[in-house]
Design a binder for this molecule. Structure first.
Ligand code: NDP
Length: 292
C-alpha cells in the first residue's frame, strides 16, 4: 500500500507518531526493540512487525524515533539493504553533524533521508500546536508532506540534512534558557516561603512585558548594529547583574543558572560596548571564525 507508514521506536514519542498516522487513516506497521509496547496501537489497527527488516519492507515511508543517533545506526545498519529505494524520516533528536552523517550514509545505501526535529511533546502530536522540521531533498519532502502533516505542521528547513537539527537545537536552547530562568525565579520566591502559585501571575505579567522582541533582536543581530534605539544599555545591566547573584546567595539559592552570563557582560562592557544593547553579547559567542 503506497499510503502505508512504518514507525520504528515505540517510546512516548514514537507511539504518538504511530497513533497520529493511524488517526489519519494510514496503514501503520510498528516495531520496537523491546516487545510489549504495541498493544494499544495494534488494537487501533496497527500491524506489529517481529523484526526491523519486516517493518522496513512493509512501507515505502519509514519513520524512526529512537533514543539517539547511535541507536538509529544500531537499528538501521543491519537492514541498510532493505532500505534501498525507500524514504527514511529520522525524527530522533540529534546534532546537525549527525543529520549530515546520516544523510551521507543514506546516499551510500541508495535511500533518501529526511532528518527531522519534532517541536512538540507527545500529547501535542497531530494537534494544532505541533510542528516538525525537516531537512533533506526538497522533492522527497514535497512527495511525503501530506503523510507527514498528520504529525503536525511540516516545516521545510532546506536540503542540507543538518538544518532541521540546527533549528531544533536552536529552539530548544531558547526554551531551556527561558524555562530555567523562570525556575530560578521560583526558587527565589520559595526560599522566602512564598507559594509559587501566588507568584505565578507576576511572572506571567513580567514575561509578557519583556518577551516578544525577537524581531528587533534579529534585526540587530543581522545588521550587527547594537547602538540603535538603546533604552537599557549593557553597562547599566552589568552593574546591576551582580545583585541577582548576591540576592541568590542571600536567600540560600544557587546562582549557577544565572552565573555564566555575568562574565560575558563584564567582558563586553570592558571592550567598550557598555553603551550598546545587550544583544551585542552575541559577538562573544562564536568560538570559530564565523561565516555570516
Ligand atoms: P522514550 O524514552 O520514551 O523511548 C525511547 C525509544 O528508543 C524506545 O522505543 C526505545 O526502545 C528506543 N531505543 C533506545 N535505545 C535503542 C537502541 N539502542 N536500539 C533500538 N531502539 C532503542 O523516548 P521518546 O519516545 O520520548 O523520545 C524519542 C526521541 O524523540 C528522542 O530522540 C527525543 O529526543 C525525541 N523527542 C521527544 C520529545 C518528548 O517530549 N518525548 C519531544 C521531541 C523530540 P525500548 O522500548 O526497547 O527501550
Amino acid at each position: 500500500d503506497e499510503k502505508s507508514v512504518t514507525v520504528l521506536g515505540l517510546g512516548a514519542m514514537g507511539s504518538a507518531l504511530a497513533a497520529a498516522f493511524l488517526a489519519a487513516g494510514r496503514p501503520v506497521t510498528v516495531w520496537n526493540r523491546t516487545t510489549g509496547k504495541a498493544g494499544e496501537l495494534v488494537a487501533r489497527g496497527a500491524t506489529e512487525a517481529a523484526t526491523v527488516e519486516e517493518a522496513v519492507r512493509a512501507s515505502g515511508l519509514v519513520v524512526a524515533c529512537l533514543w539517539d543517533h547511535r541507536s538509529v545506526h544500531q537499528t538501521l545498519d543491519p537492514v541498510a539493504g532493505a532500505l534501498a529505494g525507500r524514504v527514511v524520516v529520522n525524527l530522533t533528536n540529534g546534532t546537525p553533524g549527525q543529520g549530515r552523517e546520516l544523510g551521507a550514509w543514506a546516499g551510500e545505501h541508495g535511500f533518501a533521508l529526511l532528518d527531522g526535529g519534532i517541536m512538540a511533546v507527545p500529547p501535542m502530536i497531530g494537534g494544532p500546536g505541533a510542528f516538525v522540521l525537516y531537512s533533506g531533498p526538497e522533492e522527497v519532502f514535497t512527495a511525503h508532506r501530506e503523510a507527514l502533516d498528520a504529525l503536525g505542521e511540516s516545516v521545510y528547513a532546506g536540503p542540507d540534512h543538518g538544518m532541521a537539527a540546527l533549528y531544533d537545537i536552536a529552539l530548544l536552547s531558547a526554551m531551556y534558557g527561558a524555562m530555567m530562568g523562570e525556575l530560578h525565579a521560583f526558587a527565589m520566591v520559595r526560599s522566602a516561603g512564598v507559594a509559587a502559585t501566588g507568584f505565578a501571575p507576576l511572572l506571567q505579567r513580567w514575561m509578557a512585558a519583556v518577551g516578544g522582541f525577537q524581531d528587533r533582536t534579529a534585526e540587530l543581530v543581522d545588521t550587527r548594529d547594537y547602538t540603535r534605539d538603546v533604552v537599557s544599555n549593557l553597562g547599566m545591566q552589568a552593574a546591576a547583574y551582580h545583585n541577582l547573584i548576591d540576592a541568590a546567595h542571600e536567600q540560600g539559592v544557587s546562582p549557577e543558572l544565572l552565573a555564566p552570563l555575568y562574565p560575558l557582560m563584564l567582558r563586553r562592557t570592558a571592550e567598550g560596548h557598555g553603551h550598546e544593547d545587550n544583544v551585542g553579547l552575541i559577538e562573544l559567542l562564536f568560538t570559530r571564525r564565523r561565516t555570516t
